[in-house]
Write a protein that binds this ligand. Structure first.
Ligand code: ADP
Length: 594
C-alpha cells in the first residue's frame, strides 16, 4: 500500500528524520552538559572537602613520622565524607588509606594530582586507578606548616559510582526520546496519510476518468489547496463531460446525415488513405465501407479519371470537379457521376473530401424526355406528311374529279382520326401520370371489369379467326377499382392480343385470387415478345413489331401501366417468341368474399 516513493512516505520520513536528528542532538548536548556540570560540582565538592580535612589534619600530619599508620584516621574521615581518603607523606609514601590495603600501594609521588599539588598547592586528576582498578576523580591538597610541606591529602571518588545518578538521568532522557520518537513516527505517518488522502482520492478519480467513466467526481473534504484542486477537478470533469457529450451528439448527427445522404462522401487523408466512406459512396464504387477503410483512394476508386482528378487536386490544392461515366461491373450498366474533390489544407485533419453525385437517373430522365419529343414528332410527322400530300393532290385538280375527291377526303379523315387518337392518348397519359384525374374506386366484381370489354372485341376476334374466351373462377373477391379505367386496361390488352395473334389462335381472359389482391390474366397464343423488347414494351411509343402494330400508337401499354399503378397494383408480362404472351395485372381486393 505504501510505496517508498509516495508523497506520504516522503513527508513522513523527512519529518521523522528531522525529529530524530533534533532529538539526538538535544540528547547528546544534554548528556554532555549534564555530565560536565556534574563533574564540576563533584570537583568543587571534593575540593571543599579536602580543604576541610586539611584544616583538621594539618597538625596531625605535621606530627607524623615515617612508618606511622594513619589508616584509622583516613577511615574515619572517609566515612564522614563518603569518599576515599589517602594521606601521603611529602616523599610520596602513603601513610594513610581508607579503602585499600596500604601495604600493597606503591610510592605515590609520581601521581599527576600529587605532582600538581606539590607544585601548585592543589592538584586535580581524573584517571584510571591502579589500586582501585577503575576511573577515579582525585583532588589533592598540599598541607604545610610555616616552615615546610608536611604531606598531601587526597580525596578520591570513583567516577562511575558518582556518575550513576548521571547515568540514570541519561537513561531517562534516552527513554523519553525513544518514546517521543516512536510517537512522532506514528504521528508523522498519520499526518502524512491525512494530507495525502485527498490526493490519492483525486488520483483514483482521474484514473477512473481516464478509463472512460466520465461521471466520476471526488468529494472535496478540505478547504486547503488539495480541496481547491478537488473542486477544480470536479469542475473540469463536468465541463469535459458536457463537451464530450456535445461532441458525440454532433458526431452522431453527422454520421446519420452522411449515412442517409444520397450523395457519396469519402474523406481521405493527405497520403490518400481513406478515413471515412458512407454507404452511398461504397455503393457507387462497388465496395463496402469496412473494406475500403484505411486503403489507398486509388485502389478503391479504380477509375483513372477519378484518380487523376484527385492527384490534380492534390498538386494544385484547388477544388476539382468533373463529370465521369463509369461502368458498373455488377449490373453492366454505365453510371454518370459528378465528382467534386475539395482539399482541406490547414484544417485540423488535412486531407480531401470527395463527393460523388450519381446523375444516372437525371441523365436517364433527360434521355427519356428527348426520346419522347422525337417520338412524338416522328408519330405526327407521318400522318401530317400524308395529309399534306392528299391536300396537294386535291389542289392540283383531283377536287374536280368527285369520286377521287371523295376517296381522298376519306383518307384525310382517317389520318386526322389517327392523329386525334394519338393526341387524346397522350393527353390521357399525361393526365394520369400527373395524378390530376381522380379515380372513382369502388368494390367491383371482376366480371364487371372483364366481360364488357371482351364482348365488344368479340366481333373483331371472330373476323381475325381467333377464339376469345373469359373463364373466371366462382368465388373471386371484389376488387377496388375505377370500372371505366380498368375496362380500358382490359380492352388494351385484349386488343393487343388480337393484333399480335395470327388466325387460328386463341385468347383467354382469366383471374385468380391471392392474399389481399386479385390477378387478371390475358393469355394469347400469338407471336410473343423477344427478350430484349420485354423490359421496354411499357414505355411510351415503344413498338416491338412496327409492321404488325399497324395503326397502334405505342401508348396503350404505357397508359395501362399508369392506370394499374394508380390503383396500387402492378402489371407485368411473361412471353416467349412464337408461343404467345401472357399479360398480368393485379388489383387490391376489397374483401374476402365475392
Ligand atoms: P400498340 O399501340 O403498338 O399496340 P402498345 O403500347 O399497346 O402499343 O404495345 C407496345 C408494343 O408491345 C407493341 O407494339 C407490341 O410490339 C408489343 N405487344 C403488346 N402486346 C403484345 C402481345 N399480346 N403479343 C406480342 N407483342 C405485344
Amino acid at each position: 500500500m505504501w510505496h517508498y516513493r509516495s508523497t506520504q512516505v516522503r513527508i513522513a520520513v523527512s519529518y521523522v528524520l528531522l525529529f530524530v536528528l533534533t532529538m539526538a542532538a538535544l540528547t547528546v548536548y544534554l548528556t554532555t552538559y549534564l555530565r560536565r556540570t556534574y563533574l564540576e560540582n563533584l570537583q568543587e565538592q571534593l575540593t571543599a572537602d579536602v580543604h576541610l580535612v586539611a584544616d583538621v589534619l594539618n597538625a596531625r600530619l605535621a606530627a607524623a613520622k615515617a612508618g606511622d599508620n594513619l589508616d584509622p584516621l583516613a577511615d574515619y574521615y572517609a566515612e564522614l565524607l563518603g569518599a576515599r581518603l589517602t594521606l601521603i607523606a611529602p616523599d610520596g609514601e602513603v601513610i594513610g588509606e581508607s579503602d585499600f590495603d596500604r601495604t600493597q600501594m606503591d610510592n605515590h609521588l609520581q601521581r599527576p594530582e600529587v605532582q600538581q599539588a606539590l607544585s601548585e598547592g592543589r592538584g586535580f586528576s581524573m584517571r584510571y586507578s591502579k589500586t582501585g582498578r577503575e576511573e577515579f576523580m582525585y583532588v589533592a591538597l598540599r598541607v604545610e606548616t610555616e616552615e615546610s610541606v608536611v604531606g598531601i591529602i587526597r580525596l578520591a571518588i570513583p567516577v562511575n559510582e558518582a556518575a550513576s545518578d548521571l547515568n540514570r538521568l541519561t537513561a531517562a532522557i534516552f527513554t523519553a526520546t525513544l518514546v517521543v520518537t516512536v510517537l512522532a513516527v506514528v504521528l508523522a505517518f498519520y499526518i502524512a496519510n491525512r494530507t495525502t488522502g485527498p490526493v490519492r482520492h483525486l488520483t483514483q478519480a482521474v484514473q477512473q476518468m481516464a478509463s472512460g467513466d466520465l461521471s466520476t467526481r471526488t468529494l472535496p473534504t478540505t478547504e486547503d489547496e488539495v480541496g481547491q484542486l478537488a473542486r477544480a477537478f470536479n469542475h473540469m470533469a463536468t465541463e469535459l463531460e458536457e463537451q464530450i457529450r456535445a461532441l458525440s451528439t454532433e458526431r452522431c448527427r453527422l454520421a446519420a446525415i452522411l449515412e442517409h445522404m444520397a450523395d457519396g462522401v469519402i474523406i481521405i487523408d493527405e497520403d490518400g488513405q481513406i478515413q471515412m466512406m458512407n454507404q452511398a459512396a461504397a455503393e457507387i464504387l462497388e465496395t463496402a465501407p469496412e473494406t475500403a477503410m484505411g486503403k489507398n483512394f486509388s485502389t478503391v476508386a479504380r477509375h483513372h479519371r477519378l484518380i487523376e482528378l484527385w492527384l490534380n487536386c492534390r498538386r494544385t490544392q484547388r477544388e476539382g470537379r468533373e463529370a465521369i461515366e463509369t461502368l458498373q461491373t455488377a449490373k453492366r450498366k454505365s453510371r454518370f457521376l459528378q465528382v467534386i474533390i475539395t482539399p482541406q489544407y490547414g484544417a485540423i485533419a488535412p486531407g480531401f473530401i470527395v463527393i460523388l453525385q450519381d446523375l444516372t437517373r437525371i441523365r436517364r430522365l433527360e434521355t427519356v424526355r428527348r426520346d419522347f419529343i422525337s417520338n412524338i414528332s416522328h408519330e405526327l410527322r407521318t400522318p401530317l406528311a400524308s395529309l399534306a400530300a392528299l391536300v396537294e393532290t386535291l389542289q392540283d385538280g383531283a377536287i374536280d374529279d368527285p369520286p377521287a375527291a371523295e376517296r381522298f377526303l376519306n383518307h384525310i379523315a382517317r389520318e386526322v382520326a389517327a392523329m386525334t387518337q394519338i393526341v387524346e392518348e397522350l393527353l390521357e397519359l399525361s393526365r394520369i401520370e400527373s395524378g390530376r384525374v381522380p379515380l372513382y374506386v369502388k368494390p367491383t366484381p371482376v366480371s364487371d371489369l372483364v366481360v364488357r370489354s371482351v364482348e365488344r372485341l368479340s366481333p373483331q376476334a371472330m373476323r381475325s379467326g381467333l377464339s376469345l374466351a373469359v373463364d373466371l373462377p366462382e368465388a373471386l373477391p371484389l376488387v377496388l377499382a375505377d370500372k371505366e379505367r380498368v375496362q380500358r386496361v382490359v380492352t388494351n390488352l385484349v386488343h393487343n392480343a388480337i393484333k399480335f395473334t395470327s388466325a387460328g389462335g386463341s385468347i383467354a381472359v382469366t383471374a385468380y385470387a391471392e392474399t389481399n389482391r386479385v390477378v387478371i390474366m390475358v393469355k394469347d397464343t400469338g407471336v410473343g415478345i423477344s427478350e430484349e423488347d420485354l423490359p421496354r414494351i411499357f414505355e411510351r411509343f415503344y413498338k416491338a413489331d412496327r409492321a404488325r402494330s399497324g395503326g397502334g400508337t405505342g401508348l396503350g401499354l404505357a397508359i395501362s401501366k399508369h392506370i394499374v399503378q394508380a390503383h396500387g397494383g402492378r402489371i407485368w408480362v411473361e412471353s416467349e417468341v412464337g408461343s404467345g404472351s401472357t399479360f398480368f395485372f393485379s388489383l387490391p381486393a376489397a374483401s374476402k368474399a365475392a
